[in-house]
Design a binder for this molecule. Structure first.
Ligand SMILES: Cc1ncc(C[n+]2csc(CCOP(=O)(O)OP(=O)(O)O)c2C)c(N)n1
Ligand SMILES: [Mg+2]
Length: 567
């Protein structure tokens, strides 16, 4: 098992040992290449593994116990599955060499994992160990990437067995489709169209340069998905923001209004970046994706091209050059810059009682290195980050997106720092999400990881409570109550900093980054002010309500008015 794992790009494994995997742990302990990391909870371990896959070319790997380890890890496995992140999940298994029932952890894991992984393997003999691990890895990294599960029964670990040979890992060559005809047609369509827009998802993560070159050639506005927020540089003059619906920032919404041909690459047009499917996509849609399943699901494509984003975009650029197709800038860059600056001014001038999110993100960008990695969670803070924080490099902003699982940020920041020790790693997390996995900071402390976690401490599950405010005029089960973040920092021996007002932003961020530089775990308690809504929240609420049947719309609005008047 470990000989196989050592041949793959694996730097760490995550998990908690138990009687079904201590043999593997003992072998990992001897490994010079792989470091096994003890986690506090396997759910956190899965997010750590996920973050390694997102921010490096390595694959995040778990070694956990059967049944209970698996159910704890499911949240992270689910996130990796829906976000298309490769992961190896290895668990021990109950003994297959005894005739006893009701063994410890005896439970059919495969039936649950079947729906949340690309494939599951149950190893039956020693000869299957190496090929199963190699197969699992190849499946995890190919096509639409995702997690793969391997169960290895305890008896195969405890007892000796002969294997025919020690295998050497061989990479599978990907089959490259011939898309010549479709590329030619796409270029024709681009050439005939007046204004091109580009919409980029996580699938473009290795194709940033190509995306930049093509967008400049076509003078097209570029918007991204949330998960793919990093694939196009945030400081580029053609970058508009996340999505292009009424749930997007004005720069995006305006720049895409008159787009008559959209090139969408490495995206599935899922709910978040389309503003709950409110985005209007032109008839001339060129959709490029590695997974042909995603075509024509939410928006009908005129030309669908199956393939890896980098390969297809290379071909597309070649053809654009050959046909000498380009578009002029008709004041687009200026308009984007103006919309962005006006939006930021709106935030800057708003009267906040506590910390102004815009000033926070502006200063954070100022203080961070260009290659700092930002990790977010799910909540209001996520959309604030996407609207107000500029990310500069691909795979340097990561977020739990389509499974949308709270509790991601702290463990994912840990995985990110383990795999990127020389880069600054900062997490931005809501207080509710922090409470779910915050004790994982102990794992950071144990490994002397200099990470900074900014907790947006508003006392609410805000992304949901904001949505309750108008329709219900009640905040049911979304109030967290008072808790002392300092107590948690003390418990895990982390540095604690309190950020109370705008005047403390600069000094607190500086101090936090300084602590992290000397390998200290830092928890910053941010007295954030959430009174101003994001465009995302306002836009999505409007879009969803618009699509309600008339009678329900009336009922909802009627109830809101009644509760506003009567309380
Ligand atoms: C595991 C899980 N439970 C519930 C939700 C629903 N949900 C989405 S955002 C959110 C609020 C998050 O609150 P907090 O972490 O405090 O962040 P804030 O919105 O206040 O920034 C909730 C409850 C979810 N996405 N994931
Ligand atoms: Mg909160």
């Amino acid at each position: 098992m470990v000989k196989a794992l050592e041949q793959l790009p694996i730097s760490h494994t995550f998990g908690v040992p138990g009687v079904h995997n201590t043999e593997i742990y003992d072998e990992l302990n001897k490994s010079e290449k792989i470091t096994p990391i003890l986690v506090t909870h396997e759910g956190g371990g899965a997010f750590m593994a996920d973050a390694i896959s997102r921010t490096t070319d390595n694959i995040g790997t778990m070694v956990i116990v059967p049944a209970a380890g698996i159910t704890h890890a499911l949240s992270g496995i689910g996130e990796a599955f829906l976000d298309g992140i490769p992961m190896l999940v290895i668990s021990g298994g109950i003994r297959t060499d005894v005739d006893k029932k009701y063994q410890l952890h005896e439970w059919d894991m495969h039936s649950v994992l079947k729906g949340i992984t690309k494939k599951t393997f149950k190893i039956e003999n020693h000869n299957q160990i190496m090929p199963s691990i190699f197969d699992a890895y190849n499946i995890a990294i190919s096509g639409n990437q995702g997690p793969v599960f391997v169960e290895i029964p305890a008896n195969l670990q405890l007892f000796k067995g002969e294997v025919d040979e020690i295998l050497n890992y061989e990479k599978v060559e990907i089959e490259i489709k011939n898309n010549n005809e479709r590329i030619k047609k796409a270029v024709e369509l681009i050439s005939e169209s007046k204004k091109i827009g580009m919409f980029l998802g996580w699938g473009c993560k290795e194709a940033t340069e190509l995306c930049v070159t093509i967008s400049e050639k076509l003078n097209s506005p570029v918007s991204t998905t949330l998960q793919g927020y990093s694939v196009f540089p945030g400081d580029h003059a053609l970058h508009t923001g996340m999505g292009f619906s009424e749930a997007s920032v004005p720069a995006s919404e305006n720049a895409f209004k008159d787009v008559d041909c959209l090139i969408a690459v490495g995206t599935r047009f899922a709910e978040i970046p389309t503003g709950s499917f409110g985005a209007i996509v032109p008839e001339n849609l060129i959709h490029i994706d590695i997974d042909p399943d995603v075509f024509d699901k939410n928006y009908k494509s005129k030309i669908a091209i199956e393939g890896d984003a980098k390969i297809v975009l290379e071909e597309l650029l070649k053809e654009l050059n050959l046909q000498q197709v380009s578009k002029e800038d008709k004041g687009l860059k200026e308009a984007i810059a103006k919309d962005k600056s006006n939006y930021f001014k709106e935030w800057e001038n708003h009267k906040f009682e506590n910390v102004n999110p815009y000033l926070f993100f502006k200063e954070l960008r100022n203080k961070l290195n260009k290659d700092a990695i930002t990790v977010v969670d799910d909540g209001n803070h996520t959309f604030l980050t996407a609207e107000l924080f500029q990310n500069l490099k691909s795979k340097h902003f990561i977020s739990p997106t389509d499974f949308n699982c709270m509790g991601y940020c702290v463990p994912a920041s840990i995985g990110t720092k383990l795999a990127n020790p020389s880069k600054q790693v900062v997490g931005i997390v809501g207080d509710g999400a922090f409470l779910m996995t915050g004790l994982e900071l102990l794992t950071a402390k144990r490994n002397n990881l200099g990470i900074v976690i900014f907790v947006f401490h508003d006392g609410e599950l805000s992304q949901i409570s904001q949505g309750q405010e108008i329709p219900y005029n009640r905040k049911t089960a979304t109030q967290l109550g008072d808790f002392k973040l300092k107590g948690i920092a003390d418990a895990v021996d982390a540095e604690y900093l309190l950020l109370r007002t705008d005047s403390e932003i600069e000094s607190t961020i500086s101090k936090a980054l300084e602590f992290a530089e000397s390998d200290k775990v830092v928890l910053v308690d941010v007295n954030i002010d959430y009174q101003k809504r994001t465009r995302f929240t306002k836009g999505v609420v409007k879009t969803i309500l618009k699509k309600f049947p008339l009678s329900d719309k009336v009922r909802f609005i009627g109830r809101a008015i009644k509760r506003k008047v009567l309380g």
